[in-house]
Design a protein. Structure first.
Length: 239
């Protein structure tokens, strides 16, 4: 979305690095608001999903559809226990449930959990939806076969509820999630996570290793001249 400078040691590049998250946040929020002036639901691959102003729109941003492709790529077996972290509208949880999985969907945004419940009902699937900051409100220890996370990535402090779906200042959420996931994932389980090239992919991959995760890029899509979205498959690193 935003151009980069060839000389990364220039003052211009350093300023861009500071300003780019703010510019992207402005663009994303503008798209979200303008879309909702015309619609209160989205059509993703022929399926309808209800959204609201504070809930991440899976139609406007490519990461949700790329994650759907990733689910098809890795496959989900019937009766697998799947966690959709940061569920938003519930689209990925619903797609997983339609493949026969038992699904838990979590979001910190109460409005998102309402949308997810409504969409699950509309699609005729049974999903357990929980309002929680990452794993904090799981009432009992669950060990999942698969954890999905379309994780926020803009390096800027969130200022409201919607920002929680797009902002992760200094990768604090990423670090917490990777630390906490070890005890909620089977030893042979996997995590599918999206990430954007606008937020220092090399640092992200370094953190994967630091937190004890083996990673593999399984899908990547260029969404503009200046940005690509990657889907990672993570597995527990063998000691």
């Amino acid at each position: 979305m935003v151009p980069s400078f060839a000389g990364e040691d220039t003052m211009g590049f350093r300023m861009l690095k500071i300003l780019r998250p703010m510019i992207l946040r402005f663009i994303i929020r503008s798209l979200q608001i303008n879309f909702l002036k015309r619609n209160d639901e989205v059509d993703v691959r022929g399926e309808k999903f209800v959204i609201s102003e504070s809930v991440f729109n899976p139609k406007l941003f490519y990461s949700s559809e790329l994650m759907i492709d990733a689910l098809d790529h890795v496959g989900i077996s019937p009766d697998e226990l799947v966690l959709d972290m940061g569920t938003g509208s519930g689209i990925l949880a619903i797609m997983s449930a339609k493949k026969g999985a038992r699904v838990v969907a979590i979001d910190i945004n109460g409005e998102a959990t309402k949308c997810a419940k409504m969409n699950a009902k509309n699609h005729g699937v049974d999903i357990e939806v929980i309002c929680s900051d990452l794993f904090s409100c799981l009432k009992e220890q669950r060990i999942f076969d698969l954890i999905i996370f379309n994780i926020p990535y803009l390096n800027i402090k969130p200022r409201d509820t919607f920002d929680l779906s797009i902002c992760d200042y200094r990768k604090e959420m990423l670090r917490r999630f990777l630390d906490e996931s070890h005890k909620y994932l089977k030893d042979d389980g996997k995590i599918l996570m999206t990430y954007s090239s606008v937020s220092d992919i090399n640092e992200t991959e370094r953190i994967f290793g630091e937190k004890g995760w083996h990673f593999e890029k399984i899908l990547e899509r260029d969404i503009s001249e200046f940005e690509s979205i990657v889907v990672y498959k993570l597995k527990k690193a063998k000691v």
